[in-house]
Design a protein around this ligand. Structure first.
Ligand code: XIL
Length: 375
């Protein structure tokens, strides 16, 4: 009897310790993205200041992510729509939330041709300003904004989307380019560095993992370095799709940037599950009508396919330890993604790791698993 009892207790001890062994590595449901990423990379999300008013979303944001990019609140039209009047309130609210939850903040963006007031680089009739006036406006904007957030943000997307999509053109002929010339990018990096020598500085674009734009981007980064500019990382936005691009393209691009000695931020990651004609992310591109097949939810086989896509991307990032400094998702949950309105307005898209109910999707488990397996 005694012997039997002892056998039972040994058996249950073994069962318990086996359970404990598995129990110590928490299930994906208990794990967080920031926890799984550890010191390997920052895991960010783009938010709107209004997201923080929703307690469920605010909790999810601070539990899962250790970095925030304001989705719109630090763009030129948000901070200085009227010359000389700076409106920092919403950006400041995001910074305060981040500080309260041990999260970093990335500034997005100082110079861009979209969401930027015309007066910066053009006169009232739309004519480019004389170079010295355009440079003075750019310098004043960059200096005041960067100094305001000095010590509160880790780095800036200094210039966004400057490289042309046209095969024969290097830089897009944006208002800043028209008024200042090719060196407006060098100037922007210099002004940002003078305003906060400790801030990291990034160049950010879409499709800069695609061979054509990659070549132009490598040229730009070399020119910046040759001009003595601080450049910490290149942002590959990562507005990708279910079938495009192949993971190998991303792998090759990271290797090319690694060779140049700049880090990579995957700065705006999402995986569109709806068809669109536009690759990349030129926000003025519009498509009138588009298939909107998943209004009542994403079928589970597609949710799994999306999870496999996310896994393959994170496996690529893991192949380059230390090269990818940050991965930021462009939104926290499917309901607030910009892809519900771009390039077709009013669709129901499902591009992120969390659903509209704020619950993790299969893509979340896939990312956790890939992060956990990487060194
Ligand atoms: C998007 C925002 O998410 C939207 O809310 C806004 O209406 C348009 O801009 N590339 C960028 C981001 O660099 O700033 C864009 O953000 C998405 C594409």
């Amino acid at each position: 009897m005694k012997q039997q009892f002892r056998n039972v207790s040994i058996a249950s001890a073994v069962v318990l310790s086996v359970l404990n062994l598995f129990g110590t590595s928490a299930s994906a449901a208990d794990e967080t993205l920031r926890g799984a990423a550890g010191d390997k990379m920052l895991i960010g999300t783009a938010i709107m200041a209004s997201d923080l008013a929703d307690p469920g979303q605010a909790a999810l944001i601070s539990q899962q992510f250790d970095c925030i990019t304001p989705g719109n609140e630090m763009k030129p039209d948000a901070l200085q729509n009227v010359k000389g009047t700076f409106t920092f309130e919403k950006g400041d609210a995001i910074v305060a939330f981040a500080q309260a939850h041990d999260m970093k903040v990335v500034g997005h963006t100082l110079v861009w041709h979209n969401q930027s007031p015309a007066w910066l680089y053009a006169d009232e009739s739309g004519k480019p300003l004389p170079r010295d006036q355009a440079l003075a406006n750019m310098k004043d904007h960059i200096t005041k904004v960067v100094q305001h957030y000095k010590g509160k943000i880790i780095g800036w997307d200094v210039v966004n989307e400057a490289i042309s999509d046209k095969p024969a053109e290097y830089l897009s002929d944006t208002p800043a380019h028209k008024a200042i010339g090719d060196d407006y990018i060098v100037k922007a990096f210099q002004f940002a560095h003078e305003a906060d020598p400790d801030a990291q500085l990034y160049y950010n674009d879409y499709n800069d993992e695609q061979p054509e734009k990659l070549a132009k981007c490598v040229r730009l980064l070399k020119e910046l370095k040759d001009a003595g500019c601080r450049v910490d990382a290149v942002g590959i936005q990562g507005h990708w799709m279910m079938e495009w691009p192949p993971a190998q393209t991303i792998d090759d691009a990271i290797a090319a940037y690694e060779k140049l000695g700049v880090k990579v931020n995957v700065s705006e990651l999402d995986i569109d599950v709806l068809p669109r004609n536009t690759t990349g992310a030129e926000i003025t591109a519009t498509e009138k009508s588009g298939i909107d097949s998943f209004k009542s939810g994403l079928p589970s086989e597609l949710a799994q396919k999306q999870a496999d896509r996310y896994r393959s991307f994170f496996e690529v990032f893991a192949k380059h330890p230390g090269a990818v400094a940050r991965v930021t998702f462009w939104g926290t949950h499917d309901g607030t993604s910009w892809l519900n309105d771009w390039p077709v307005k009013g669709r129901t898209n499902h591009p992120l790791l969390f659903g509209r109910d704020l619950k993790p999707k299969p893509a979340f488990d896939a990312v956790i698993a890939a992060l956990g397996a990487s060194k």
